[in-house]
Design a protein around this ligand. Structure first.
Ligand code: ATP
Length: 420
């Protein structure tokens, strides 16, 4: 890419999180590329010379290069899907999040582009043109701050301009075990005291909260949000000292189990954290928070299922509810996150065995015969079909029958005995 940019006379840089993590020897497959020139034209040229596809946003001056398969195979033989495209951005002076807040994108130098960023650790760039490949660009002391573990804003009004940066500062600080530098902390606390977070939409705050809750270990960031005084502007209904930290700390373990057993099924880890954070709240507080943050239907559903999941976990623990079909009676409609929350609420070894056995059975068991088969057996179509199929599912879930032949035999038995 550097060579193609060079042909066009465009300086090209890798910037931001990618460079930061490179210096910290942390994996990061999110490569942001900034070009002092027309990003779309550069990407068109890459597609022409090397292949792949282009997706562009002319208004933003950004372009995504979907890498050609041959190149992907060369750089990433295992096809783990971590890197399948590169994002090119034309160097610009404004940082924007919403298209509506966007001033016309003007071309500018890399220095101005880097100056609009949040913290010095995110202002490093690496030259990619062949004549100066690998040269580190460090206008704002980012290298030194990375070496000393400091989170530092670039200008005093940074938090006033964008208060989400307060949450970003905490996220980076806790992720890398850095320290927010004293002046930066003072500016953050000042912005909080002046209630600048009110300037933000709840949607923006939620986005940042989700990023925090998706961190490998979000708990220290929660504590820090309490310490700095930002938590009470985010979820004042929740007392951080009253959270069930044992349950919260078990999330990665239960998630690990889920990853093994629910291969590739999407699970929103942040939502499981949120459910536990909100689990002691009254119904009124929950509806107030849901309305404030405009939670979508799915989030509301998962939060509302939490009570049922806790009750079910208690009966599994107590030995009242142990058979797969009994657990299924309470859990069959639970969202995936609720199923994991159910596991998190289990407190006994036996309970864990019952609940995980159920989840595994649920994942594998499928009734093989269907309405056509029932018709072929001479049963008149009607509500009886779902009764029979449900009963077959129940028996199969409990392991009482395992094959299609056994299903058919059981239907014959139902008919003979006039059960349905
Ligand atoms: P992560 O590792 O969490 O993905 P990142 O820094 O790579 O962190 P992004 O949040 O995607 O991830 O941000 C990309 C770059 O954009 C950052 O390096 C930062 O310089 C800049 N940036 C993002 N949000 C802001 C903001 N609110 N204000 C200023 N700069 C920002």
């Amino acid at each position: 890419t550097g060579a193609v940019a060079h042909e066009l006379g465009y300086p090209l840089y890798a910037v931001g999180g990618f460079v930061r993590d490179l210096l910290l020897s942390q994996p990061n497959f999110d490569v942001d590329l900034v070009v002092e020139g027309d990003a779309i034209r550069l990407t068109q040229e890459l597609v022409r010379q090397i292949g792949g596809r282009l997706r562009s946003h002319r208004r933003f001056g950004t372009a995504k290069w979907i890498l050609p398969d041959e190149l992907l195979k060369a750089v990433q033989p295992e096809d783990n899907g971590l890197l399948d495209s590169l994002d090119f951005v034309t160097a610009r002076t404004e940082f924007y999040e919403h298209p509506t807040a966007l001033p016309t994108v003007e071309r500018s130098s890399i220095k101005q582009d880097l100056h609009r960023r949040d913290f010095t650790i995110n202002t490093l760039a690496v030259h990619l043109n062949p004549d100066c490949f690998g040269q580190l660009i460090d206008y704002f002391g980012g290298r030194q701050d990375i070496d000393n573990g400091k989170i530092r804003i670039l200008y005093n009004l940074s938090f006033v301009e964008d208060p989400t940066r307060i949450l970003r500062a905490i996220r980076f600080e806790q992720r890398y075990n850095f320290k927010i530098e004293p002046d930066t902390l003072r500016f953050a606390q000042d912005a909080i005291a002046r209630r600048l977070l009110r300037k933000l939409s709840y949607k923006r705050i939620l986005q940042e909260l989700i990023l925090i809750l998706n961190e490998r270990n979000p708990l220290p960031a929660l504590t820090r949000m309490g310490e700095i005084g930002v938590w009470q502007h985010i979820l004042p209904e929740v007392d951080l000292d009253g959270l069930n930290y044992i349950r919260l700390k078990r999330i990665p373990i239960v998630n690990g189990w889920a990853l093994e057993h629910f291969y590739l099924r999407e699970i929103k880890t942040w939502l499981i954290y949120l459910v536990i954070i909100m689990e002691n709240l009254t119904a009124e507080s929950i509806s107030a928070i849901s309305a404030r943050y405009k939670f979508d239907k799915y989030i509301v559903r998962v939060i509302e299922e939490a009570d049922l999941a806790r009750q079910l976990a208690a009966s599994i623990d107590s030995g009242d509810c142990t058979e797969n079909s009994e657990i299924d009676a309470g859990a069959s409609h639970f969202c995936n996150e609720t199923l994991l929350y159910l596991l998190l609420c289990i407190n006994s070894e036996n309970g864990w065995q019952y609940a995980t056995a159920y989840l595994q059975a649920k994942d594998m068991v499928k009734v093989e015969i269907d309405g056509h088969d029932l018709k072929a057996l001479g049963i008149k179509p009607g509500p009886v079909y779902s009764k029979i199929l449900n009963e077959l599912y129940r028996m199969k879930l409990n392991g009482a029958i395992t094959s299609r032949e056994e299903e058919t035999a059981l239907v014959h038995k139902f008919l003979k005995e006039g059960i349905f």
